[in-house]
Design a protein around this ligand. Structure first.
Ligand SMILES: C[S@@+](CC[C@H](N)C(=O)[O-])C[C@H]1O[C@@H](n2cnc3c(N)ncnc32)[C@H](O)[C@@H]1O
Length: 314
């Protein structure tokens, strides 16, 4: 099993990479600076471009879902870390009935601390103290919930989502960005199954590694091992097909997905052109390798035909 401390530390890395990219001008996010300190390290342009593509694509899919449901929906971000999408969307008038973020208590208590300290973060959740309950590691507001749970423990996940008063008949999107790979595949199956058994209409957006059975994958696994961080869920990252099958095997109606190489090509060209001028990149090869080892897979369950199967990146 991966050391949970090492897994939790991956969130600090992700948040610092995002802050670095935002400060370079890849995309705008006034909230990330309230959640993480400036990185001591310089990050390679390939890394920032990778984050840019991931952030843009995940937000596009999420926005399409919220628009399709007219905001009558719920968002559950599993292993959310220091994600800022709730604040970014709300400040742009994009709202869901409920936005839930779940992570290990060590991560959620740090996030709680930053939210208390960062006025703009707290005010977005509630302008009145009576509308919000904050404990050391959890927050319950009108439309925002931050809860701690181990995703490997389905009973705990169930209990914590129950505390958020979710309506299981309302369309709900589950998001996992670089999370499931740290969880044993059997436990992920239990989680994915539980969602389809309990929610009437659901969408899952999963950003994760793919094509991990080659040399590049081997090196990535070895590097993480050196940091005491193993990838017990990597078997589902063998190919795009394997990524999709894990959803169709756990009660999801269908799944689709794209490698980041193709997703990057599908992003709005004018913005990609702007971003490509931000930093000089020595070798395009490393970026191509990175893009071919990450993907986004989306899976849906849509018995009422609200159109979840038509959500994509075109
Ligand atoms: C690489 S970080 C990604 C954070 C965020 N999703 C993002 O994209 O910026 C992985 C996150 O998953 C969380 N995580 C991994 N395994 C988990 C588990 N079993 N239970 C709860 N959270 C978990 C970690 O604590 C960490 O915050």
């Amino acid at each position: 099993m991966a050391s949970d401390d090492a897994v939790r530390a991956t969130n600090d890395d992700a948040a610092q990479c995002k802050r670095f990219a935002v400060e370079k001008g890849y995309w705008q996010d006034p909230f990330i600076t309230l959640l993480t300190q400036r990185s001591q390290n310089k990050h390679a342009p390939e890394i920032s471009r990778g984050y840019y593509a991931r952030v843009m694509a995940m937000r596009t899919l999420l926005q399409k879902f919220i628009k399709m449901t007219d905001g009558n929906c719920q968002v559950v971000n599993l292993g959310a870390g220091f994600d800022t999408t709730y604040w970014l969307f709300k400040s742009n008038g994009i709202k869901a009935k409920s936005f839930v973020e779940m992570d290990f208590p060590t991560v959620t208590s740090k996030k709680c601390f930053f939210i208390r300290k960062g006025e703009a973060l707290l005010n977005a959740i509630a302008s009145d103290e009576e509308d919000i309950q904050i404990s050391k590691s959890e927050i319950h507001g009108q439309d925002y919930h931050l809860v701690s749970a181990n995703l490997r423990d389905i009973k705990e996940v169930e209990r914590k989502l129950h505390d958020c008063h979710l309506d299981k008949s309302l369309p709900t999107v589950f998001i996992a960005e670089c999370v499931l790979v740290y969880i044993d595949s059997d436990k992920t199956k239990v989680l994915l199954n539980w969602i389809t058994e309990n929610f009437t209409s659901a969408l899952f957006l999963n950003y994760e590694q793919v094509n991990m059975q080659d040399k590049f994958g081997e090196v990535m696994i070895e590097n993480l091992k050196q940091r005491d961080c193993s990838l017990p869920g990597v078997s589902a990252c063998a190919s795009l097909q394997a990524q999709k099958i894990r959803f169709t095997d756990t009660g999801w109606e269908a799944a689709d997905g794209m490698e980041m190489t193709n997703i990057y090509k599908s992003l709005p060209h004018a913005d990609v052109h702007r971003v490509e001028k931000l930093e000089f990149m020595d070798e395009r090869e490393l970026l191509d390798q990175l893009f071919s080892h990450y993907c986004i897979v989306w899976a849906w369950k849509d018995p009422n035909n609200i159109g979840l199967g038509s959500i994509d990146l075109t």
